[in-house]
Design a protein. Structure first.
Length: 183
């Protein structure tokens, strides 16, 4: 992970399965999607979360957020931004990313509608989730709640780094079908 500091904290690396390009920071640390030629781009490949940040509390976070960069390309006004979990939860074991969690850890992401997507070492449960709705200018700035839980489903996790992969897509309101083109 870039700028990884594990010490006695839990870190989460979010990898986005999108084309990445550089963009000016709007809200440092947030995922900054924009839309150009019908494709979604973001401001990096890796984003960090800290399951112990002050605002989220121990084993929770709402960072990074999602802050559209409309200067590079706006989304459709009123449309929805979604994430879809890909692959499975990976855990850094000190030398490689592993598909084995020391205490059965799993990551939960609560979407804007209250649905929970769970990332485990064997896959993703409850697939896509809504991040939020774009405003009149095709802009959005939202934060979703994330938590790490152990095998007994209690808040908690082993010290280390965890990796989940997300794919972003846009839909019309109340739809799950991705918008093709400008939307």
């Amino acid at each position: 992970m870039r700028n990884q500091w594990i010490a006695p904290i839990l870190a989460l690396g979010l990898s986005l399965n999108l084309t990445a390009a550089s963009a000016a920071d709007q809200h440092d640390g947030d995922i900054q999607p924009w839309k150009a030629n019908g494709q979604i781009f973001v401001n990096g490949d890796w984003f960090e979360a800290d399951f112990g940040d002050l605002s989220g509390g121990l084993y929770r976070t709402d960072d990074p957020g999602y802050d559209a960069n409309t200067a590079l390309g706006a989304f459709g006004a009123g449309n929805w931004l979604w994430f879809s979990g890909l692959g499975n939860l990976k855990v850094w074991d000190g030398s490689i990313w592993s598909n084995s969690a020391p205490n059965g850890e799993h990551i939960e992401v609560s979407d804007a509608l209250g649905n929970v997507t769970t990332f485990t070492t064997s896959g993703v449960q409850n697939g896509p989730g809504v991040i939020g709705q774009f405003g009149n200018t095709g802009d959005i700035h939202e934060h979703l709640d994330m938590a790490i839980r152990n095998a007994s489903n209690a808040l908690g996790g082993s010290v280390g780094a965890y990796w989940i992969t997300l794919q972003l897509f846009e839909t019309l309101p109340d739809s799950t079908t991705p918008v093709v083109g400008r939307g």
